[in-house]
Design a protein around this ligand. Sequence first.
Ligand code: HEM
Length: 207
Amino acid sequence: MSGFDWRRSPGFLLTFRLSAAVIAALPLMLLVRNFFAAGLGPDPGQAVTESLGIAAFQLLLATLCMTPLRRWTKWGGWLRIRRMLGLYAFFYAALHILAFLQFIVGWFDLWAAFTKRPYIIAGAVAFMCLVPLAVTSTKTMVRRLGGGWKRLHRLIYLSVVVAWIHFIWQARSDVGEMVLYGLVVLVLLALRGYWSGWSTLIPLKKE
Ligand code: HEM
């Protein structure tokens, strides 16, 4: 008997994508609400910067979870939200940098702002890895780059590792949360290496 697979129905897919879009936008909505309700503590600028950084990192992890989820559930719907989650990660990272300039260092000497501390340089490297991914995320670019697109998009692995280094480097006291995030990164990279061969973790390397 060929049963009806509700997970493939257009209505379900649309609801799924819309829900993912709303969930990914929640950190920003909460931040704006708290900002205007003066609910961000004694240093709102710092709180905004940190919240946007966490949101960027979490969305990067969520993007990397989509392929394992598809494998485990045998449902392609996860891949339909992967690009959107990646773009959200990029969007939050860009806002995180803007908040850093606006609330922490100012806009006067950008070179000094980005090279002042090693953890900032790590953040900048993580962000620069995301830029070509965002730029080439359109369907036209996927088609135009062919096999090169996949190789280029391995930069996401480098980005998440360097973003984690940036994350743990800026910590002042309790690193428990960062270590936990590090384990998630490790598991996601190990799964990728196990399923597709370890060489596929190296950005831009030809197979
Ligand atoms: C030019 C690029 C970047 C700059 C200048 C930057 C700057 C900063 C600063 C100033 C902080 C706060 C440190 C403090 O508490 O004093 C921070 C924290 C953080 N950043 Fe970045 N960052 C950059 C890129 C990124 C990227 C690409 C990601 C993730 C994808 C990221 C994720 C985080 C996270 C998770 C935190 C910790 C937030 C917390 O403590 O709750 N950053 N960053």
